[in-house]
Design a binder for this molecule. Structure first.
Ligand code: NAP
Length: 702
């Protein structure tokens, strides 16, 4: 195959860089021009200073250079009719005619088309009169989706939460004509995850591309203002093959046919902005070109020669079905600080040439040897992996090589696919307690007596009050006898020891629990020592502790026992795995470590003063954190795929409960993680109930 083809790519952003990059892999393409291009594209194409909407300039250039094929990136160039002009001059061009571009440029055209051909989308009506629009919106439930009918560079859509917001938006679009004179489409509000489905379309022929999803909000956790897109990935976890096949047939192929029937066939990329609603897949919007930043993650997966596909679509010849690599990609946009608001330009970017992944430039310029920021979105780094976790690790590892004072980026791209699954302690504890409830009922029938728990609280520590109430409530739920003994804040140690002695002797009491901490005048150790070992359902008695370490049968402390149950829920086989326990208290850290050792894990006990804790936690297949310091362990300290158990119960300055682990960042790396609250806490109580039933059986001789 001769490598002699000359291609002109119209456009200049990250999307065009990805198109140029794909064309540069073609064995047929000898020379790529890009109008106007950018500093990154200049490494793979010759940039020519012609504006993407300068139809005459582009045509003259293509004719002078003998261009074999022109490919149009941006919608602005399509809607001024660059394709029509090239076709009239007999030149091959990939992109839709002005008439076909209406599927993007006129929301009403797209809505009428979908209505007429039964393509699934949200219900709608369109208006050019402000009062009529307002009356219609106010007569329907909120939120209302208001779309300016025309090209508004992605800014013409308002989701109005109430009447005031709707009125302001309608006023701006219809009375103040913020985007020019036009109409407004009012749509039903749909819910569900959105995704992008792009295809090369030539008349009725549709060649689908891999699905992708972008992230529109500026900051982590989908917070902050809307942007042009802060990152994207392929390999969506929430769209089934059935969903995909439905969308291809009922949406993309149906739309391609409809456009042929309407006399304006498609001859470029059809981009379906789709939503997986509870009622099935629906169209949110169509675009008549490659999406940005989706193109940057989709095209790197193309194994076929893109020149063949572009040429076939441009000339109406059948193309061979494109072949896509069975891998996934993840791309992260690096943007100027302040974007999408105002931002500075001209900051130097170092290290971009060291990156071992695709780097697509969006807004950069060169000043001699120096690479500078020159836009809001500056560049996108795209990594490929066998799965999304591999791509995630790779892309953020590579981004770390880029240094620039004025860039920021999201750290949670693909969180939909990456979020660790929740180890739901509340649900597990509830099912354990349900099981115990059945067991207690049977025990009562068999032995004529129920297990019985005595809980002692000394003083009025508010947290302790809550804990004991929950313990007694659970005992009642399980059907045990329970006794709550409250002693005054100034109770003497002697009085407490006497109470414990009485309970030790009481044949009707199976479990004794003294809520810690105790007031200063009472020695906790002496109190714990005083509880009879067989009634020590907390597992804190020194003989229970020594039996645990010596490997003898004993009462296992409630929190460590609950933690092991949660770890088992994840399905991990601990044999040979590395477990790191951060925290070395006698009631949590140390016994958890022993239980993990008993399961043949390699165990490290670390604590808050451990040197280079991160180096250790990064080794942990299982990470248990029990130190009582808010958010001490962050996502970057978690080994990807780890099981993370957060024991800490802390209060933030604004009074919210939080754990020792930063849940948002850690969840991105963990395969399983406990939330706070709702993780270990409920399990501690369930294990207390279990220990009490076991103490009953041991005492009764079974
Ligand atoms: P703790 O007794 O306060 O222990 C935490 C830290 O205190 C240890 O890592 C260590 O600090 C120091 N420490 C305590 N005992 C020590 C000892 N014998 N020798 C040396 N250092 C010792 O806390 P904890 O009871 O383990 O609880 C930790 C967190 O988990 C707290 O937030 C607590 O509220 C929570 N918790 C939750 C549950 C539940 O059911 N969810 C149950 C128990 C505890 P350094 O690392 O600084 O040396």
């Amino acid at each position: 195959m001769a490598q002699d083809k000359k291609v002109l790519v119209v456009g200049g952003g990250g999307r065009c860089h990805a198109i140029v990059d794909a064309l540069s892999r073609s064995p047929q393409v000898a020379k790529i021009y890009c109008a106007p291009g950018n500093a990154g594209i200049a490494a793979q194409a010759e940039c020519v200073p012609i504006k993407d909407t300068d139809v005459k300039g582009l045509l003259a250039f293509a004719q002078e250079q003998g261009i074999d094929l022109t490919v149009v990136g941006p919608e602005a160039a399509l809607s001024v009719g660059v394709v029509d002009a090239f076709r009239a001059a007999g030149l091959a061009i990939f992109g839709h005619t002005k008439a076909a571009t209406r599927i993007e440029s006129s929301k009403e055209f797209a809505k009428v088309l979908m209505d007429k051909y039964g393509i699934p989308t949200a219900g709608y009506r369109s208006f050019d009169d402000f009062q009529e629009a307002l009356a219609y919106v106010n007569a329907r439930p909120f939120p209302a989706v208001l779309k300016y009918d025309g090209l508004a560079a992605g800014k013409g859509v308002v989701i109005a939460a109430d009447a005031a917001e709707a009125e302001a938006a309608l006023r701006s679009m219809l009375l103040d004509e913020a985007f020019g004179k036009g109409r407004v489409v009012v749509e039903d509000f749909l819910t569900g995850p959105e995704f992008s489905f792009m295809a090369f379309v030539d008349g009725e022929k549709v060649y689908p591309m891999p699905l992708s999803q972008d992230h529109k909000r500026a900051f982590d956790g989908d917070k902050g203002p809307n942007t042009g897109g802060m990152g994207a990935y392929t390999g969506l976890p929430f769209v089934t093959e059935e969903d995909r096949a439905f969308a291809q047939k009922e949406i993309l192929e149906a739309t391609a046919k409809a456009m042929v029937a309407e006399g304006c066939p498609l001859s470029g990329v059809l981009y379906g902005g789709l939503m997986k609603t509870p009622d099935g897949i629906k169209v949110i919007e169509f675009n008549a070109r490659f999406g940005d930043p989706e193109t940057e993650v989709v095209l790197p997966l193309l194994d076929s020669d893109i020149y063949d596909i572009f040429l076939a679509v441009a000339t109406g010849k059948p193309a061979t079905e494109p072949v896509w690599r069975k891998a996934v990609t993840l791309g992260v946009v690096l943007a100027s600080k302040g974007y999408p608001g105002s931002y500075d330009k001209g900051a130097e970017i170092l290290g971009a040439d060291q990156v071992d992944a695709k780097v697509y430039h969006m807004g950069t310029k060169r000043d001699g040897d120096r690479l500078l920021t020159a836009g809001g979105r500056v560049m996108m780094v795209v990594a490929e992996g066998k799965d999304i976790r591999a791509a995630y690790r790779k892309v953020y590892g590579e981004i770390a090589k880029i240094q620039c004072d004025n860039l920021f980026y999201r750290r949670d791209i693909a969180h939909w696919a990456l979020d660790g699954r929740i180890l739901d302690g509340k649900a597990l504890a509830a099912s354990i307690k349900d099981g115990l409830r059945d067991r207690v009922a049977k025990l009562e029938v068999k032995y004529g007596r129920k297990p019985s728990l005595a809980v002692i609280i000394v003083g009025n520590n508010p947290a302790s009050q809550v804990y004991v109430r929950n313990k007694v409530k659970s005992a009642i739920y399980v059907g045990m006898n329970s006794r709550l003994i409250t002693m005054a804040e100034d109770a003497t140690e002697e009085a407490l020891l006497k109470m414990i002695d009485d309970l030790n002797r009481d044949p009707e009491v199976d479990g004794i629990l003294v809520q810690l901490p105790l007031p200063k005048q009472i020695n906790e150790e002496r109190v714990i020592d005083a509880i009879a070992q067989e009634k020590d359902v907390d597992g804190f008695h020194p003989r229970n502790v020594s039996d645990l370490w010596l490997g003898r049968p004993c009462t296992i402390p409630c929190t460590p026992k609950g933690i092991l149950r949660l770890i088992d829920e994840s399905g991990i086989d601990l044999n040979g795995k590395t477990a790191v326990v951060v925290g070395r208290s006698n009631i949590v850290g140390k016994p958890v470590a022993k239980l993990l050792l008993d399961r043949n894990a390699t165990v490290v006990i670390a604590h808050s003063r451990t040197k280079d804790l991160k180096a250790m936690t990064l080794q942990a297949d299982v990470l248990v954190v029990a130190v009582g310091r808010p958010n001490m362990v962050t996502g970057d300290m978690v080994k990807p795929g780890a099981v993370v158990i957060d024991v800490g119960i802390n209060r933030t300055d604004d009074g919210k409960l939080c754990g020792d682990v930063d849940f948002v960042s850690a969840r991105l790396r963990a395969s399983w993680i406990t939330p706070v609250p709702g993780g270990v806490g409920p399990m501690t109580i369930a294990m207390l109930m279990e220990n009490t039933v076991e103490a009953f059986l041991a005492r009764i001789g079974k």
